[in-house]
Write a protein that binds this ligand. Structure first.
Ligand code: AR6
Length: 170
């Protein structure tokens, strides 16, 4: 059956730590040792086991991802993505943000994950403009769907206002 891309993409509002998808994508920093925002919420909800596993990973480069178990979270896996800090847009921020989504989708494909939920990487403390970030997120996700990813992709917005950036594009 033919699918339109947006049938596989769902936008939800809420706390990503409550989602039961195969994986959730964290907006982490290069240390992978926790922080504020969604990263802090994920570490608090997952419990100490997550930090212990993250300590074995040796950090992660900006634009890349690493996957861990989910411990006390209701999802099965956590994909930790390190988004770029926004410096005005002339330091390759767009490529680095696209690379985060690309890397997370590749991990989902390689591990046969049937659903993946993204937080809005870099759009909090890291200051990435939300319209541009939503465009990059959807373009990258859609290119994976076009190339055969059949699972469900959830975009988890933390507040209702953020939904419009994605809805307008879909
Ligand atoms: N569920 C879903 N989304 C959330 C949640 C939650 N529980 N909490 C916040 N958000 P941010 P960044 C949204 O700042 O910009 C951390 O300290 C939030 O509204 O968490 O990539 C890391 O350790 C925003 O839309 O991540 C890094 O040091 C989005 O998540 C740094 O912040 C991302 O905001 C990463 O900054």
């Amino acid at each position: 059956m033919m699918k339109t891309y947006s049938e596989q993409i769902k936008i939800v509002v809420g706390d990503i730590t409550t989602l039961h998808t195969d994986a959730i994508v964290n907006a982490a920093n290069r240390s992978l040792l926790g922080g504020g925002g969604v990263d802090g919420a994920i570490h608090r909800a997952a419990g100490k086991g997550l930090l212990q596993e993250c300590m074995t990973l040796g950090g992660c480069e900006t634009g890349q991802c690493k996957m861990t178990d989910a411990y006390n979270l209701p999802c099965k896996k956590v994909i930790h993505a390190v988004g770029p800090v926004w410096h005005g847009g002339h330091q390759g921020e767009d490529k680095l943000l696209a690379s985060c989504y690309d890397c997370a989708m590749k991990i989902a494909e390689e591990n046969h994950l049937s659903s993946i939920a993204f937080s809005c990487i870099s759009t909090g403390v890291y200051g990435y403009p939300k319209t541009e970030a939503a465009q990059i997120a959807l373009q990258t996700i859609m290119s994976h769907i076009r190339n055969g990813y059949e699972g469900e992709v959830v975009i988890c917005c933390f507040c209702e206002e953020d939904v419009k950036y994605y809805k307008d594009l879909l």
